[in-house]
Design a protein around this ligand. Structure first.
Ligand code: ADP
Ligand code: MG
Length: 694
């Protein structure tokens, strides 16, 4: 259970004074619903209100804090004209200007003859000084509300910095003086403040240096968050490994039969990965392994070898894909291998319903099915295996740690888990998201692949692209033509793709296929199948073909509005071609003018096709949240750490976490107790639950 010392931080923001239902909603959108969300919402800038000139010296355009005496009110009858309040100090006049003001409020706040401290931007207008909507109007004796250095927070519409600033100040009172969880030597060596002081300092920047990710306060907080993340992963991993798994060791007969049916030999990387997986499966501790390999590197065969190993041991295996299309494609790819090996394969997705679904479930429970391929539907309550021993999860970046743990619960005994990801993940990110796993990497391309010739063209040259397509198709080529999401709306997205398909049909005089996200499953399969068989030579698609689709005969990839895609996405799309020994081309069409980031992205793509290089560059250009698709997957997102700035801290936190678990695996020492608080603070409750009680 969460330690009492943290209770106040997890209270709702509505318990703060000054936060009513309306402000609560606004704050929820900007930061969150609990005090801790405000505490972890660090300032993005600061306003310096320490400039306190006399009016005659006040510099135009600068934020100034000035003591004035109110002289007169100049209300306006015309609602389009502002209400003005004339003030002065002993050197000059200042007009305060209010649009859509309530006169009675202003007469109360600024009574004639009274002294007030006002703060805001000073401007010159019609020869005089003015301040439009001062940020602060305070009595001289109580301007505690007005900090000399005001932190600036990220805002949402309707929320003023003053409102959120006040709420944050309230929330900060809930920050406890927690027991120190960091190593004393580390603290001293780095010169970092305590957690409490670091939070306070981070919310009270006095200059740009204080706002930098390298400031001691922000470094400390980033380290805390990264340590919580790494400690949780190391604990989960220790727990998994500690569970006795089962020994799955076969003579490899089924694998041999399946591989004999392949028209190619495995690459060295593939052999090595299979070796590592088999060793994990054969060991009594449970497997938790990540298979990283660029698009087209041949992960499916590796997965099949692992699944066949489980089947040969008398158990069952499951292969889970993120989409229906991919599940069906895996099914198609695995079927010939399963046939050669003599094992029974079945599919289960949201599309299987009624009688057939019942039959599959029964066969699964009876052990008539050896390998089940599917989507999230594999998670359904009513899916029961006779004896699941291995779960393979494809395209992992769409799933989170939670999904991983859920699937593992499907077996009676601990299930071995192999996660495959086609997105080459930068090392730093791999560590935060998959730190609980061992990693195998497929670094080679299957033999005979040629690099894809990548060209970047302006949309003004679309006609040339169509001409090129016509010539290539006459020679037997097959091409994808990708239209991106337009204006965030599926409808117009679809319209664009439909128009493009119609235009190509006309220009090329041949049938053109179309797949998009709104299509019903069977329709989409049909379009894919026609393209795969060559019945249609051109397939117009929205990004549904993004991951995993495999049509080796396709050698041309056209991407429209390439500037709207992320780097990793473009790399994935390009990976759809270059899958055979024929020469492939990727034509990236952009709509000018091209922004700097888009330019950098397209340049990177033209220059390299190394997925790992591209992934690092993507991380640099877009930040970690985007790269991992965190927002969609509900996966790791950091509040205090910024991986592009704190990568070195991550490595240190990793080592720290390992050392902690190796010396105090149950977190029972004094520091261990403090570290439990850290885990709760960053909501790694599930990791704490794995520790034995007490
Ligand atoms: P991904 O890693 O993207 O999932 P796939 O497993 O779909 O890649 O493999 C891509 C294509 O490469 C498939 O057509 C597959 O049959 C083929 N392939 C896999 N391994 C090899 C190999 N060693 N040599 C030649 N082709 C291979
Ligand atoms: Mg794949």
């Amino acid at each position: 259970m969460r330690p009492a010392i943290l209770f106040p931080l997890f209270a709702e923001t509505r318990t703060l004074s000054g936060v009513g239902p309306k402000v609560e909603k606004l704050i929820a959108r900007a930061a969150g619903t609990r005090l801790i969300d405000l505490v972890f919402d660090l300032p993005v800038g600061l306003i310096d209100r320490s400039y306190r000139p006399k009016l005659k010296d006040a510099q135009e355009g600068r934020i100034a804090t000035i003591e004035v005496t109110v002289q007169s009110h100049l209300p306006s009858r015309d609602p389009r004209r502002p209400y003005k309040v004339r003030c002065a100090d002993d050197t000059a006049f200042l007009e305060l200007v209010f649009f859509r003001a309530k006169g009675d409020y202003l007469t109360r706040a600024l009574p004639v003859g009274a002294k007030r401290i006002v703060s805001g931007r000073v401007e010159r207008y019609a020869g005089g000084l003015q301040m439009v909507h001062p940020d602060y109007v305070e009595l001289p004796e109580d301007h505690a509300e007005m900090p000399a250095h005001e932190p600036v927070y990220a805002l949402t519409d309707g929320l003023s910095n003053k409102m959120i600033g006040k709420a944050v100040r309230g929330a900060l009172e809930a920050v406890p003086d927690a027991p120190e969880w960091l190593d004393k030597h580390l603290l001293r060596a780095r010169g970092w403040p305590s957690f409490h002081d670091a939070i306070m300092a981070a919310h009270a920047p006095e200059n740009e240096t204080d706002l930098s990710p390298q400031s001691p306060a922000r470094m400390r907080l980033a380290y805390d968050e990264l340590l919580a993340n790494q400690l949780a992963l190391v604990l989960i991993r220790a727990h998994m490994r500690g569970q006795t798994g089962r020994v799955l060791k076969s003579a490899g007969k089924l694998k041999a039969k399946a591989l004999a049916a392949l028209p190619f030999a495995l690459t060295r990387s593939q052999q090595q990965a299979i070796g590592e997986i088999e060793a994990d499966m054969a060991s009594p501790s449970r497997m938790l392994r990540l298979l990283q390999g660029d698009v087209g590197s041949g992960k499916t065969v590796v997965a099949m070898a692992a699944l066949l190993n489980a089947v040969e041991c008398g158990a069952q295996g499951a292969l889970m894909a993120p989409t229906e299309i991919l599940a069906r494609q895996h099914m198609m790819a695995l079927e010939p291998l399963a046939k050669a090996a003599g094992v029974r394969l079945a599919i289960l997705t949201g599309r299987e319903k009624g009688q057939p679904r019942e039959q599959t479930l029964k066969a699964l429970e009876n052990g008539v099915i050896d390998i089940l391929v599917g989507t999230h539907a594999l998670f359904s309550e009513d899916v029961a295996f006779r004896d699941l021993a291995l779960a393979v999860v494809d395209e992992q970046h769409r799933f989170g740690v939670h999904h991983r743990m859920k699937l593992q619960g499907k077996g009676d005994r601990p299930v071995d888990v192999l996660v495959m990801t086609a997105t080459p993940i930068p090392r730093t990110l791999a560590l935060t998201a998959y730190g609980d796993m061992e990693v195998s990497r497929l670094t080679e391309r299957p033999a005979g692949r040629k690099p894809v010739d990548t060209r970047v063209l302006s949309a003004k040259r679309t006609d040339e692209v169509v001409q090129h397509l016509r010539r290539a198709i006459a020679k037997g080529a097959r091409a994808y033509w990708v239209c991106p999401l337009v204006e965030e709306s599926e409808k117009s997205d679809l319209a664009a793709a439909e128009n493009r398909a119609a235009m190509l049909r006309q220009a090329l005089g041949i049938p053109v296929g179309l797949v998009h996200g709104r299509m019903k499953g069977p329709e989409r399969d049909d379009a894919m199948a026609k393209f795969k068989s060559g019945e249609t030579k051109v397939l117009v698609a929205t990004t549904v073909i993004e991951v995993g689709v495999d049509v080796p005969e396709a050698t041309i990839m056209v991407v429209e509005h390439a500037e709207r895609f992320g780097l990793a996405q473009l790399h994935q799309l390009r990976g759809r071609v270059g899958r055979s020994s024929a020469k492939s081309t990727c034509l990236l069409i952009y709509q000018p003018p091209l922004g700097d980031t888009a330019k950098a992205r397209l340049k990177t793509l033209r220059e390299t096709d190394d997925g790992f290089v591209i992934a690092e560059e993507d991380l640099r250009l877009r930040g970690p949240g985007e790269v991992l698709g965190v927002r969609q997957s509900g996966m790791e997102e950091f509040h205090l750490a910024d991986l592009s700035a704190h990568a070195d801290l991550l490595a240190a936190a990793r080592d720290d976490a390992k050392l902690i678990v190796s010396t105090d695996s149950e977190l029972k020492s004094a520091r261990g107790e403090a570290l439990r608080v850290l885990l709760y603070l960053f909501e790694r409750d599930e990791a704490v639950r794995l520790l034995r009680a007490g």
